[in-house]
Ligand binder design. Structure first.
Ligand code: SF4
Length: 315
C-alpha cells in the first residue's frame, strides 16, 4: 500500500495566497521551487518571514544574492550514480530527489539529481559495490527525503539491503514526519521492519514549534518499533540561534524519546547565506546551552569540512 497521496503542500506563493485570501509580497526563486507543508502553515504563529517555521520555507529575496557555492560539501564530485562514499564504514544512497517541503537553507539545493536517481540500474550497481566491500557496515538513506518513496519501493529497497549481511545499521534521514506526521503509518512501519538489525531514524527538527502531538505520535510509533531516534538541527540565523530556543528544543525532543545529536553550522550553499551564524557566535550559543541543560541534552556542534574524515566538532 502506498502512503496517502492527498495534497498536503502549497507549491507556490500564489497557491498559498489564494488559500489564505491575502497577498504576501514574496519574490519566488525559480531555481529552488517553493514547497510549503500545510502543517507548517497551521503551526506558524504568523505567515511571515519573522516566524521561525515560515522562515524555513518561505522564499526570501536575499536568496537571489547570497553566496555562489553550488556544492559546499563537495558531493557533486563524490556522488556516483546515487551512491556517495564519503566517510569510512558508511555508504549513502540518494534514493529520491523528492521532498515533502523545500527548506530554503538546504545544502542540496543545487544537487545534480539527474543521473543520480535510485532507478533499478543504479540500485543494482550500488548493491554490488556495497556487497563487495565488507568494510561498509552502515547504509544511510538520504535524498531528497527517503520517505518520499512509496512504501512498496521502500519495502523493496530495505529488503535488498537486509540481505547484505555485513550491514549492521540502516540509517534514515528525514524531514517527512515534520511535514506530515501521518506518513508514519502501518505500511511504512512494515517496510522498515524488513531490516532486521539496527535502524536509526534521524529527524531534522530545527525549532521546538515543529513538535506537536501529531509529531509526538509519529515518533512514538517509530520508537515502539525498536527504532533509535536521533535529531540533528542546523543552526539558522533568526530561527534557532539562541540558547533558550535550543534548550526548549532539546527538552521537547528528549521528552519524546529523541536524542539531540548534531547541531550543524550552515553548509553555505548559494542562496542560503542569510541563514549563516558565524562560528564564534555559534560557539558562544553552544556554551550558553551547556550552562542551561544536562550534558545529554547538548547536541555536538559540528561543521562539515571538505576533505576531513568525519564531521568536525567545533568547540
Ligand atoms: S527535506 Fe531535507 S533534502 Fe529536502 S529540502 Fe529540506 S533539508 Fe533539503
Amino acid at each position: 500500500m502506498s502512503h496517502n497521496k492527498r495534497k498536503k503542500t502549497f507549491n507556490s506563493i500564489t497557491e498559498l495566497e489564494q488559500n489564505l485570501g491575502n497577498t504576501l509580497n514574496l519574490e519566488e526563486n525559480r531555481s529552488f521551487k517553493t514547497k510549503i507543508p500545510k502543517r507548517f502553515i497551521e503551526l506558524a504563529s504568523t505567515i511571515h518571514l519573522d516566524d521561525p517555521l515560515m522562515k524555513q520555507v518561505l522564499p526570501d529575496v536575499r536568496e537571489l544574492s547570497g553566496g555562489n557555492d553550488l556544492d559546499p560539501v563537495n558531493e557533486h564530485r563524490l556522488v556516483n550514480k546515487g551512491l556517495i562514499r564519503k566517510y569510512k564504514g558508511r555508504a549513502l544512497l540518494i534514493v529520491t530527489e523528492a521532498c515533502p517541503m523545500h527548506c530554503r537553507y538546504c545544502f542540496r539545493r543545487e544537487f545534480p539529481y539527474e543521473g543520480n536517481q535510485m532507478n533499478t540500474d543504479n540500485l543494482n550497481r550500488a548493491i554490488r559495490t556495497i556487497k563487495s566491500d565488507k568494510s561498509i557496515i552502515e547504509i544511510i538513506l538520504s535524498g531528497g527525503d527517503p520517505l518520499s518513496l512509496s512504501d512498496d519501493k521502500l519495502d523493496h529497497l530495505i529488503t535488498r539491503i537486509n540481505k547484505l549481511d555485513h550491514i549492521q545499521t540502516l540509517r534514515i534521514h528525514s524531514r517527512y514526519p515534520i511535514a506530515d506526521p501521518q506518513r508514519v503509518n502501518s505500511s511504512l512501519l512494515a517496510a522498515l521492519k524488513k531490516f532486521t538489525r539496527t535502524i536509526v531514524f534521524v529527524f531534522h527538527i530545527n525549532h521546538p514549534n515543529e513538535i506537536d502531538d501529531e509529531l509526538i505520535d509519529a515518533a512514538l510509533k517509530l520508537k515502539n518499533n525498536n527504532i533509535h531516534l536521533l535529531n540533528q538541527s542546523v543552526l539558522l540565523k533568526g530561527i534557532n540561534d539562541n540558547a533558550i530556543t535550543l534548550k526548549k528544543l532539546s527538552l521537547k525532543l528528549f521528552d519524546i524519546g529523541i536524542n539531540p545529536y548534531y547541531l550543524h553550522l550552515l553548509d553555505e550553499v548559494k542562496g542560503a547565506s542569510h541563514f549563516k551564524v558565524e562560528t564564534n557566535e555559534a560557539v558562544d550559543i553552544h556554551k550558553q546551552l551547556k550552562g542551561l541543560v544536562s550534558g545529554y541534552l547538548v547536541p555536538k556542534l559540528v561543521k562539515e569540512i571538505v576533505g576531513e574524515s568525519s564531521k568536525v566538532t567545533i568547540s
